[in-house]
Design a protein around this ligand. Structure first.
Ligand code: PHE
Length: 338
């Protein structure tokens, strides 16, 4: 019997347990009711009393060693095991969760791309603006009734600082600092003191465009906007409807023919098939003069659009507020749109 115990002791020195399954088999082999350890103890009663103590100690030694092996293997295996108790190092790693661009950024980049390709650069300016750049230089002197078109958040009075109501202010800054020819687009956030609803918000994003050179005419404006609508919406039927902006003369709204093919088309175009996309016009000579550009030598056009509105059209989004809630379920839907 001593030999049997010694054999077990030397066997367990060589053992290597590679899985929780193997470990369980090992435990059963030695510790289960009919396992080796209980049966060794059972044999003790047949041994002479004077040798019993020595044998008992030897079995105990084996029992302790096996207990240690089980504890050690359990620790090692639980570090490397996953829930399935199997480690397969050849499996591909978990995918890292990547973020995605915000839909407003996606559409902004698309618009920038279209105009960059036809020679427009990008200009930016401050969101806290002075009265001159947001209003006065744009032919909107103090007390001009058209200032009411854009209800304004004032930051301070005298000197007047405000949150810009449009990125036309960036165009003024650009004209003050650059000589024609000027071809620039100005993306950015703008603020208006409006009630928050599904269709309006107290801040939103705009892209405005400006082209100043010799002999720029309304024809250039129309052709550029046609190119833009073809590229962004794939639509080539447009119309320019007379409108009014203090900084352009003549002024117009650009409508695109969206179509009346589906029930949604009827809903979003209010049954007309036409959709208003942006405001535009020929830069008023007063605005050029305010920026020290000679209106007898140069002329130009300008246009401006809300990015939210265009994004809502492109992705059929019903409520502007969803852009700002940052609900991951909403944002994840734009993953494949770059
Ligand atoms: N600034 C105008 C707005 O915010 C848009 C516009 C820009 C209109 C340029 C005409 C020319 O509503």
């Amino acid at each position: 019997m001593l030999k049997e115990i010694d054999n077990h002791l030397s066997d367990i020195k060589k053992i290597s347990i590679k899985s929780l399954d193997e470990l369980e088999q090992f435990r059963i082999k030695f510790f289960s009711k009919k396992g080796i350890i209980p049966s060794l103890f059972a044999k003790l009663k047949d041994i002479d009393v004077d040798k019993r103590k020595k044998f008992g100690a030897k079995i105990n030694d084996l029992k302790i060693k096996i207990g240690e092996i089980i504890d050690k293997s359990k620790d090692e295996l639980s570090v490397v095991s996953n829930n399935k108790n199997v480690v397969d190092y050849t499996l591909p790693a978990d995918f890292l969760k990547l973020g995605s661009r915000h839909p407003i950024s996606i559409v902004k980049n698309k618009i920038i791309d279209i105009f960059s390709k036809i020679g427009f650069n990008i200009s930016e300016g401050p969101e806290i603006e002075d009265d001159w750049h947001n209003f006065t230089a744009l032919n909107l002197p103090e007390y001009h009734p058209a200032r009411d078109m854009q209800d304004t958040f004032y930051v301070s009075k005298n000197p007047d600082y405000l949150l810009r109501t449009h990125t036309s202010s960036v165009q003024i800054r650009h004209m003050e600092n650059n000589e024609p020819p000027i071809r620039t687009i100005s993306p950015g956030r703008v603020y208006r003191n409006e009630d928050i609803s599904a269709r309006s918000h107290c801040f939103f994003h705009q892209i405005e465009g400006l082209y100043i050179d010799k002999n720029v005419s309304f024809v250039d404006l129309k052709q550029t906007l046609l190119h833009f609508t073809e590229q962004l919406f794939g639509k080539s039927k447009i119309r320019l409807r007379p409108s009014y902006f203090p900084f352009t003369e003549p002024s117009a709204e650009l409508d695109i023919y969206w179509g009346l093919n589906s029930e949604a088309d009827h809903r979003i175009t209010k049954g007309t098939g036409w959709l208003e996309i942006l405001g535009c016009g020929m830069v008023d000579p007063n605005v050029l003069e305010n920026c020290k550009i000679d209106p007898n030598k140069f002329s130009g056009y300008a246009f401006g659009m809300g990015i939210e509105r265009i994004t809502m059209l492109l992705y059929q989004i019903e409520d502007i507020r969803t852009f700002y809630e940052n609900d991951i379920r909403f944002l994840q839907q734009f993953k494949s749109s770059i």
